[in-house]
Write a protein that binds this ligand. Structure first.
Ligand code: FSO
Ligand code: SF4
Length: 544
């Protein structure tokens, strides 16, 4: 196997024996084979669009298939076998439609004519032969840009899937995913072509995040500042993790009146701020921290656990019988329930002891997404003009297991008292319960939401730039980002597409970025790796 798509990749180069995430070589081969099959499907989908054939089933499948290969989503070989076979079925059906519409169906790329082996063993063998980096003849910089683009596409697929579940779609998004995947079969594309595709990936991701923002706020209202308890109530309980708001809503509906309290884990924390979710009285609080601590934290939870999207780790024996997956998440042996079909999760919660008593463990504030912040924009602008607020930091991105991530805790702790920290995504768990106080009633630590809410952060930055009549790059705002998986790649490409400069990125730079590509990023966008909190703070504040 060879996989280098996430930040924790072995030795900072690539996982070759077994994924640090727990991905086995078999699953890695099946994921490579699925992406290979998706390339073939994409060739016909692109050709179909030219001939006026847009197939909704193909679009939805493509997004689900690509999202399934994102880090920590699906570790179950059997599910990949189904996806690979389905991909080829859809390809053949699409091929016929495209031919009927007069489109070209004459493709020589092996992915366009690939036939899956009959069993898992055969599929794994096929997968071993088609990994993205198996083309050793390809220029390493082009390969780097191909990886950046495909990983960005994985991020887009995740956001597009969430948005579609809540009824928001745009064919531009599907069309680009097909364009980008099909481009991998074209050996004639130059370095510049791939730079263009990578930046287009950022552009399309912005549209996808806009759709997701409309989906979430349309269904559940704009988040409002909300205090979330970190302790618990005596009684039965369910812990829900991941990013999918619709699953949370369904769970809340189905647990209503059953004497069960619902708690969030990881990226579900900001959902407490949505009016249409917080109205449920049994939606109580937040338990634990970020995804990489789940094995310890889930073992301590006395109820059922539901994983709705990415970031599952191999369950420990102690809670393997209490954890469920839904949607695209999968772990072999873990019970999978269909989206919305949460009866088995509820049954398990009722069987389990629950919390024996109430416990107060303090609270955190969430709900400072764009609408909430813009409603106090005048106050914020006045505070900047009067000098009460000197600088904003967006300390955002993923959390992970590496020790270097203490940087983000220390950075936030050391930010001066006349500065404000905006945050989003699971990286916030490094500092989410710090009491940073306020500046004239404006909290110094503002949780914008999930990584899925990066759109909200961008809108806030754009609104500030309009208020101050300057570009986002000239605002007293610095981006200090942490990355882990491919959604962060998509967001980074969006920021580059928007021309945002001076981003500090850590805890380490992606293994799939070659020195030449990094050079381009540094020259054009002034991207910098993080150094130490003291050094970076001095550099940022000295300059502004
Ligand atoms: Fe974190 Fe995981 Fe949300 Fe990522 S939960 S690491 S960026 O998948 O999705 O922030
Ligand atoms: Fe390794 Fe990350 Fe790939 Fe898992 S997703 S195999 S940890 S690079």
């Amino acid at each position: 196997m060879f996989c280098n798509q996430c930040e924790q990749t072995a030795k900072g180069v690539g996982c070759t024996v077994m994924g640090v995430c727990g991905k086995k070589p078999e699953v890695s081969a099946l994921q490579d084979l699925l992406l290979h099959a998706v390339k073939g499907l994409s060739l016909y989908a692109c050709e179909g669009r030219k001939a006026g054939v847009v197939d909704a089933e193909v679009n939805i499948f493509t997004v689900e298939a690509v999202f399934s290969t994102l880090t920590n989503v699906d570790f179950d070989p059997a599910r990949f076998q189904l996806l690979i076979n389905r991909c080829v079925e859809l390809r053949e059906a699409l091929k016929e439609k495209v031919a009927k519409a007069g489109g070209n169906i004459d493709f020589s790329d092996p992915s366009a004519v690939f036939q899956p082996a009959a069993d898992l063993k055969g599929l794994m063998k096929q997968g071993e032969a088609v990994g993205m980096v198996n083309d050793h003849d390809a220029d390493t910089d082009i390969q780097s840009l191909q990886q950046i683009t495909v990983y960005g596409i994985k991020g887009i697929a995740a956001y597009a899937d969430h948005a579609r579940i809540l009824g928001q779609e745009d064919d531009r998004v599907y069309a680009f995913i097909h364009e980008g995947m099909a481009a991998l079969t074209n050996k004639n594309l130059s370095l510049n072509d791939w730079v263009g595709l990578a930046l287009k990936c950022g552009e399309v991701n912005l549209r996808t995040m806009e759709l997701l923002d409309a989906a979430n706020t349309g269904a559940y209202g704009h988040p409002v500042p909300t205090e979330v308890p970190l302790g618990h109530k005596k009684g039965k309980c369910i812990l829900i993790s991941g990013h999918d708001l619709k699953d949370l809503e369904e769970l809340l509906k189905q647990t209503e009146g059953k004497g069960i309290y619902v708690y969030t884990h990881g990226e579900m924390l900001p959902t407490h701020g949505y009016p249409e979710l917080k109205k449920y009285k049994h939606f109580y609080g937040h338990f634990g921290t970020a995804w990489q601590n789940q094995r310890k934290e889930f073992a301590e939870f006395p109820g059922a656990i539901l994983m709705t999207t990415n970031c599952i780790q191999e369950p420990q024996q102690s809670y393997a019988g209490n954890i469920f997956t839904t949607g695209l998440v999968g772990w072999p042996g873990v019970r999978h329930v269909k989206n919305g079909d949460f009866g088995p999760v509820i049954e398990k919660a009722l069987e389990m002891p629950g919390f024996p008593s109430d416990e107060d463990m303090g609270s955190v504030m969430v709900g400072f997404a764009r609408n909430a912040l813009m409603s106090v924009a005048d106050k914020v602008i006045d505070a900047v003009k009067s000098g009460a607020i000197k600088h904003f930091f967006l300390v955002a991105g993923c959390d992970g297991a590496k020790t270097g991530r203490n940087y983000y805790t220390e950075f936030v702790e050391k930010t001066p008292k006349d500065t404000v920290v905006l945050t989003l995504a699971c990286g916030k768990f490094r500092f989410f319960d710090k009491k940073l106080g306020d500046i004239g009633g404006i909290p110094r630590l503002l949780d914008i939401g999930q990584c899925n809410d990066a759109y909200s952060a961008i809108q806030i930055a754009v609104a500030l730039s309009k208020a101050f009549n300057c570009s986002v790059n000239d605002l007293p705002l610095s981006l200090v980002l942490s990355w882990y998986e491919q959604k962060a790649v998509a967001i980074l490409l969006t920021l580059l597409h928007l021309g945002i400069k001076n981003i500090r990125l850590g805890p380490s730079l992606p293994a799939f970025v070659t020195p030449n590509v990094l050079d381009v990023l540094v020259k054009n966008f002034d991207i910098k790796p993080i150094t130490t909190p003291d050094e970076d703070l001095a550099a940022i504040l000295g300059k502004n």
